[in-house]
Design a protein around this ligand. Structure first.
Ligand SMILES: Nc1ncnc2c1ncn2[C@@H]1O[C@H](COP(=O)(O)OP(=O)(O)O)[C@@H](O)[C@H]1O
Ligand SMILES: [Mg+2]
Length: 297
């Protein structure tokens, strides 16, 4: 089976590099982490970083659950400004209940914010219709959850192919494209297994394949390693960050775990629905993405 063929990219979409040929796990602090120079992800010509037209930008995001008024509690988001730059990864950390999941869901168009804007490719997601946001989530965004949320009755290959089929790609082509991801993710030979026949780490790698198969612009991951041990977490983060970098996808990872956050270019800390701090330098991944920084204002 050959790797992903850019010629299969839907017409109009930019040509993208093939998926990495082999999984090579390296510790996150290693200067050799990630791809080799020859495979290094590069920004498309003509789109130097930062490019506001390609970034995901949140402006003064407010989210209050339930009805507004005296009975409403404090807002889950109390005015968040955040820029996730194209092709970069950002860890969102913070105590339980601080608003991380709410932020992720608002950024991803799953929840409509009470106030503020989420700008994606020049449009405000918060003002899109439900139908438009559904298409956006299917075509531009990918999702990885704590427990992979794979469909238990479908073999792994069909779980991965599903987003393509939902987008109208023929089954044979969708499964062929899905198959190209199994080797780079270290999943060769597991194509026909159902989720119940996979280990936790394998299931999360299938979930990563599903999140990336449609070549989204942004991948959102909410505690993607929350149910895994440390070494499996590292393996999953390796694959997630490598595949995202290789395809040029931005990555937003909600996590409690500093070891997980270290795989990302930058970290923001959320407290009581606000950005309480950010650091980029301490968490910059080495290699071709070294110059990248996450921006939190
Ligand atoms: N669907 C909901 N309805 C009402 N309140 C909610 C809902 N989801 C989250 N909250 C509240 O919003 C706040 C932030 O929650 P959440 O975003 O889930 O935090 P985190 O992911 O950091 O644990 C919490 O006070 C939580 O109770
Ligand atoms: Mg949460």
């Amino acid at each position: 089976m050959s790797y992903y063929d850019p010629a299969r990219t839907p017409s109009g979409a930019p040509e993208r590099p093939a998926f990495p040929a082999s999984p090579t796990l390296a510790p996150p602090v290693s200067p050799t982490v990630g791809l080799t120079g020859a495979q290094a992800p590069s920004r498309p010509a003509g789109a130097p970083s930062p490019d506001p037209a390609r970034d995901l930008v949140a402006r003064d995001l407010v989210m209050t659950y339930g009805r507004s008024g005296a009975s409403a509690g404090p807002p889950a988001l109390g005015g968040v400004d955040l820029t996730i730059r194209a092709g970069e990864s950002l860890a969102v950390m913070g105590p339980s209940g601080s608003g991380k999941t709410t932020l992720l869901h608002v950024l991803a168009g799953i929840l409509r914010p009470t106030g503020g804007q989420v700008l994606w490719r020049g449009r405000d997601i918060a003002r899109m219709s439900d139908r438009e946001r559904t298409v956006l989530r299917r075509e531009d965004f990918g999702f990885v959850f704590q427990q992979g949320m794979l469909l238990p009755e479908l073999p792994a290959i069909e779980n991965v192919a599903l987003p393509l089929m939902l987008g109208g790609v023929r089954r044979s082509e969708a499964t062929a494209r899905a198959a190209t991801l199994f080797h780079p993710l270290g999943l060769s030979g597991l194509e026909k297994r159902r989720p119940g026949e996979l280990s936790g780490g394998q299931a999360q790698r299938v979930a990563i394949a599903r999140a990336l198969v449609a070549r989204p612009g942004v991948v959102f991951a909410d505690e993607p390693t929350g149910a895994l041990d440390q070494s499996t977490s590292a393996e999953v983060m390796h694959h997630l960050t490598q595949l995202a970098a290789h395809t040029g996808a931005s990555l937003v990872v909600v996590t409690h775990d500093e070891n997980v956050a270290r795989w990302c270019h930058g970290v923001v800390r959320v407290r009581d629905g606000r950005i309480a701090g950010a650091d980029a330098d301490d968490h910059v991944a080495a290699g071709p993405v070294q110059a990248a920084t996450a921006v939190a204002r």
